[in-house]
Ligand binder design. Structure first.
Ligand SMILES: [Zn+2]
Ligand SMILES: [Zn+2]
Length: 61
């Protein structure tokens, strides 16, 4: 995997881990600011971890 590709990978909004393309992750728009895209990794989705919006700081389930 090249450095460039690594840089483009989304980060999980819960644990901050990079999300690989083959992972069954989810992404959605922040319900508060409606602008930031929040990613959630497969593991965090399974454990229903709370996420934090990088833009407005919204914490949601
Ligand atoms: Zn995570
Ligand atoms: Zn937000």
């Amino acid at each position: 995997m090249s450095d460039e590709l690594l840089h483009m990978l989304p980060k999980c909004g819960c644990c901050g881990k990079l999300i690989s393309p083959d992972e069954r992750s989810v992404k959605f728009i922040c319900p508060r600011c409606g602008e930031a895209v929040i990613w959630r990794s497969e593991k965090c989705r399974m454990f229903v971890r709370h996420y934090t919006c990088a833009r407005c700081g919204f914490v949601g389930p």
